[in-house]
Design a protein around this ligand. Structure first.
Ligand code: UDP
Length: 351
C-alpha cells in the first residue's frame, strides 16, 4: 500500500529539505519535525505540510508519539553527522544519535509504524579485517571495522551501528517494519553551512571547499587528501530514498547502501576538480591555495580517517535506480547554485 502521510524527523536539514520538496511535489502529506525551519521556509505555508519546531531531546514524549502514530511511515534523519562534532562532543553525539533515535524506534514499534532509519556509510569503518583491502562494501556481507577507543571519531559509527542492530532486533522480536539507509557522501545545494573563516567550525568537505572558494581562504587537504570518498548527487540520492519509500515489499527489513559507485575520488583530486570547475563557472573569481594539513591540527585529537569506501549499489540498481550525475556534473550543478547565490554577496550562515 502506498503511504499517504510521511513524518520526516530532521526534515529541515540537508537531506530532509530535499526530501520535503520532492515528497510535496509527489503529492504526499508531510509532518516535518526539526529544530529550525530555515531550509524549508519556502514550503511552510504548503497545505500538505505540518511543521513542528522542536528538539526531540526536549519534546514532550506524547507529542512525538502522536506524530508517529498519525503517520504511515517515519523517516528518521535526526543526527549529528559531521566529523568535527564527533571529535568535539562525543557524548552528545551518542545521546542524540543513539539514545534519542532509539526512543523514536520504540515509538514506531509501539504504534506499528514503518520506519526508514538513516544511518551512515561510516558504519563500514576502516578497510581491513575479513575483507582485506576490499573497497566495495555490501550491506549483508561486509564486516564493520572500527578503530581503537582512543580514536573517538569512531564513537559516531559505533552508535549508528548499534542503532541499526536495535532496529534489526525490533524487527525480529517486535515485528517492526524497517529499512536502514546508508548514505555515501551526498552533496548538493543547502549542504551543511558555509564558513567565512577557515577556523569557524568545520563543515563537511564539499561545504568546506566551497567556502574556501567563495571567501578566499585555503582549501585544506587533511593528511594530504589521500583518502577517498564516493560522492553522490543529492537528487540521485532522493530518487533512491523515494524508491525505498514506495516499495516497502522490496526493501522491508533490508539495509540499503545509497551511493554512486562510479563517483570515487581522492580528496586531493576532489579539491583540484572543485577549483577547476569554479574557474570555469566564475572566471573572475580568485583561486584559493590548496594546502596540506595534519588531521590532528585540523580536527584535534581522536580523529582517524576512513580510507576508502565504495558502495555496492546492487540492491538499488536491481530495482532500476540509475544515478544521473557523474562527479563533475555533481559539482557543476551544486557549485553553480552557490556561486549564483553567494558570489559577491554578504556571507550568510546556512547553519
Ligand atoms: N577533509 C579535508 N578538508 C576539509 C574537510 C574534510 O581534507 O576541509 C577530508 C576528511 O579528512 C575526509 C574527507 O575529506 O578524508 C571527507 O570528510 P567529510 O568531513 O566530508 O566527511 P566524512 O566522509 O569523513 O564523513
Amino acid at each position: 500500500m502506498q503511504p499517504d502521510r510521511v513524518a520526516l524527523f530532521g526534515g529541515a536539514g540537508f537531506i530532509g529539505s530535499h526530501l520535503t520538496e520532492r515528497l510535496l511535489d509527489d503529492g504526499y502529506r508531510l509532518t516535518v519535525v526539526d529544530v529550525d525551519s530555515e531550509k524549508i521556509d519556502g514550503f511552510l505555508s504548503h497545505d500538505r505540510l505540518d511543521f513542528y519546531e522542536l528538539d526531540i531531546r526536549e519534546a514532550e514524549d506524547e507529542t512525538v508519539e502522536e506524530i508517529v502514530d498519525a503517520s504511515d511511515v517515519v523517516v528518521d534523519l535526526i543526527a549529528y553527522a559531521n566529523p568535527k562534532q564527533y571529535v568535539d562532543m562525543p557524548i552528545e553525539v551518542v545521546h542524540l544519535n543513539y539514545d534519542q533515535n532509539l526512543k523514536l524506534v520504540e515509538d514506531c514499534v509501539e504504534s506499528d509504524t514503518r520506519l526508514i532509519q538513516f544511518s551512515t556509510s561510516e558504519v563500514y569503518g576502516k578497510m581491513g579485517g575479513r575483507q582485506g583491502d576490499a573497497r566495495v562494501f555490501s550491506e549483508d556481507s561486509s564486516d564493520l571495522i572500527m578503530g581503537p577507543v582512543e580514536n573517538h571519531r569512531w564513537i559516531y559509527a559505533t552508535a549508528k551501528q548499534l542503532l541499526e542492530r536495535m532496529v534489526h532486533a525490533h524487527g525480529i522480536e517486535n515485528d517492526l517494519d524497517w529499512t536502514v539507509v546508508r548514505p555515501f557522501n551526498f552533496i548538493g545545494r543547502e549542504m551543511d553551512y558555509l564558513i567565512e573563516e577557515p577556523d569557524a567550525g568545520t563543515p563537511r568537505v564539499f561545504a568546506s571547499f566551497m567556502s574556501a572558494l567563495l571567501y578566499d581562504h585555503p582549501m585544506y587537504l587533511v593528511d594530504g587528501g589521500e583518502n577517498r570518498r564516493t560522492f553522490t548527487h543529492i537528487s540521485d540520492a532522493i530518487d533512491a530514498v523515494v524508491s525505498i519509500l514506495e516499495h516497502e515489499e522490496r526493501y522491508n527489513r533490508e539495509v540499503v547502501n545509497v551511493g554512486t559507485p562510479g563517483n570515487e575520488t581522492t580528496i586531493h583530486d576532489f579539491a583540484y576538480l572543485m577549483r577547476n570547475v569554479y574557474e570555469e563557472l566564475s572566471p573572475t573569481g580568485d583561486l584559493p591555495a590548496i594546502e596540506a594539513v595534519s588531521s590532528e591540527e585540523f580536527y584535534g585529537e581522536g580523529y582517524e580517517d576512513c580510507e576508502r569506501r565504495i558502495p555496492d549499489a546492487e540492491k538499488l540498481e536491481a530495482a532500476g535506480w540509475d544515478p544521473q550525475y557523474d562527479l563533475r556534473e555533481t559539482l557543476e550543478e551544486a557549485m553553480s547554485y552557490y556561486i549564483d547565490r553567494y558570489e559577491r554577496a554578504e556571507p550568510i550562515s546556512l547553519d
